[in-house]
Ligand binder design. Structure first.
Ligand SMILES: [Zn+2]
Length: 428
């Protein structure tokens, strides 16, 4: 199953742009990486959930991406990702997107018909026994029982991914889009053995995936750092990368198949591990970040002071008042300690500097407040309701906002993951 047609490069970064105003500033971060000799393919991702909350359409993401590429004369590939789509939500993404994150997390655990998984176990006797993967020391022991259990748990999800894939293929034609399968928004991490078995099933299903997003152990909350053991993550990632390389050879999946890490942004404590593992295996990665660009917009507006700071404070006051309803849809990916949330009155009295340093995620900075950051992260609905007042201020303060957007993406994400640096030139 060679990847015919569109092909995702070795290094790629997914960025979200909630209000479709920062594509140029985001692309500028890829331009900077290229100036440092590393080609990173930009992918603009926005899920149906975000489009629905904001009231936007996937066409707007495409228009903004195309305009940014034109303005910066970017002559490398770029993509628009229909993020976390399902059979029910894919339709309006068919025309404007060329990258599809097929989300089948909800189907994990739905029992497969027993004939189906008996058949799978028979067909995949090669998985049984002691399996040595290139580049990792410990062998994997896989028993028929493990294959049966894994197939029972994941086959229905993979079949569903096949249905979604074929729907997209019928609409767009083979090779005209990048397919990804994501299983990250579920309650339990997948082990490397499970990943390998899932990949065998995906190959059986005929999906030429170029990226796969498993759930890793540890917490990947939106916009804040990793919660878990970075050493364990590194070990797990190494096995996953080795399992992918094995599956590419064994099952003929596209040779550029790589991990998609749905990081939720800001996983600073594991970025060095990601970089080391990529180097160790000469492997690529798709680093998907969340819509934290919206937080950089708020930081930029607060930094601009005046009306911008007033608006940033209004957003906080509203988000605080509606925190229960805003957090609801994101319950599995945020952890807010309400005791740590300042009252809106307190924030009213803040200077520009106090606001930006509470919100800006500089690890170890004393004023940084992760609860406030997470609340504002899910608070983009407030800005969406402000409509023109928000967008006009964004436009009026384009320069300071863009500076924050580019710097955040380049220095805090791209440089440590892809260049192995802290963004200021030092080696991490
Ligand atoms: Zn995800």
């Amino acid at each position: 199953m060679a990847s015919e047609g569109l092909r995702l490069g070795k290094y790629s970064v997914g960025t979200g742009d909630r209000f479709a105003h920062q594509a140029k500033a985001q692309l500028q971060a890829c331009v900077q990486a290229l100036e440092h000799g590393v080609e990173i393919i930009p992918v603009w991702n926005k899920s149906n959930r975000e489009h629905t909350i904001i009231g936007s359409d996937p066409v707007a993401t495409r228009v903004a991406a195309d305009a940014a590429v034109k303005a910066l004369h970017w002559d490398k590939p770029y993509f628009c990702d229909a993020d976390h789509i399902t059979l029910n939500t894919v339709d309006r993404f068919l025309a404007p997107c060329d990258f599809y994150t097929i989300d089948v997390a909800d189907a994990i655990g739905q029992p497969a018909p027993s004939a189906q998984f008996d058949d799978f176990v028979k067909r995949h006797s090669e998985l049984c026994g002691t399996l040595r993967l290139e580049g990792v020391q410990d062998a994997l022991e896989i028993t028929p029982e493990v294959i049966r259990q894994t197939a029972a748990k994941f086959l229905t999800a993979v079949k569903q991914a096949g249905q979604v894939y074929r729907k997209i293929e019928n609409a767009k034609g083979k090779g005209n889009f990048i397919p990804e399968v994501s299983m990250d928004e579920t309650d339990r991490a997948q082990s490397p053995v499970e990943l390998l078995i899932i990949l065998a099933a995906i190959a059986d299903e005929g999906i030429p995936i170029q990226t796969i997003a498993p759930k890793f152990s540890g917490r990947f909350n939106k916009g804040v750092d990793y919660v878990g053991d970075p050493a364990q993550f590194e070990c797990e990632m190494a096995f996953d990368v080795a399992a992918i390389a094995h599956a590419v050879k064994q099952y003929g999946l596209p040779e550029n198949l790589k991990l998609s890490i749905h990081s939720g942004s800001d996983k600073f404590s594991i970025y060095p591990a990601i970089h080391r593992t990529m180097r160790r295996f000469d492997a690529g990665v798709h680093l998907k970040t969340a819509g934290t660009t919206w937080l950089e917009e708020l930081i930029g507006l607060a930094e601009a002071d005046g009306d911008g700071l007033v608006l940033a404070k209004d957003v906080y006051a509203e988000a605080y008042a509606h925190r229960a309803e805003l957090c609801g849809p994101y319950a599995s990916v945020i952890d807010i300690d309400s005791v740590k949330l300042p009252t809106p009155d307190e924030v009213r009295g803040w200077t520009s500097e106090q606001y930006t340093s509470a919100l800006r995620h500089v690890p170890g900075a004393a004023a940084y407040n992760s609860s406030l950051r997470q609340l504002l992260h899910v608070g983009f609905k407030i800005a969406a309701h402000m409509g023109p007042r928000y967008l006009e201020l964004l436009e009026a303060n384009e320069e300071v906002v863009a500076k924050n957007v580019t710097e955040n993406l380049y220095q805090r994400h791209i440089a440590p993951v892809f260049l192995g640096r802290d963004g200021k030139g030092a080696t991490a």
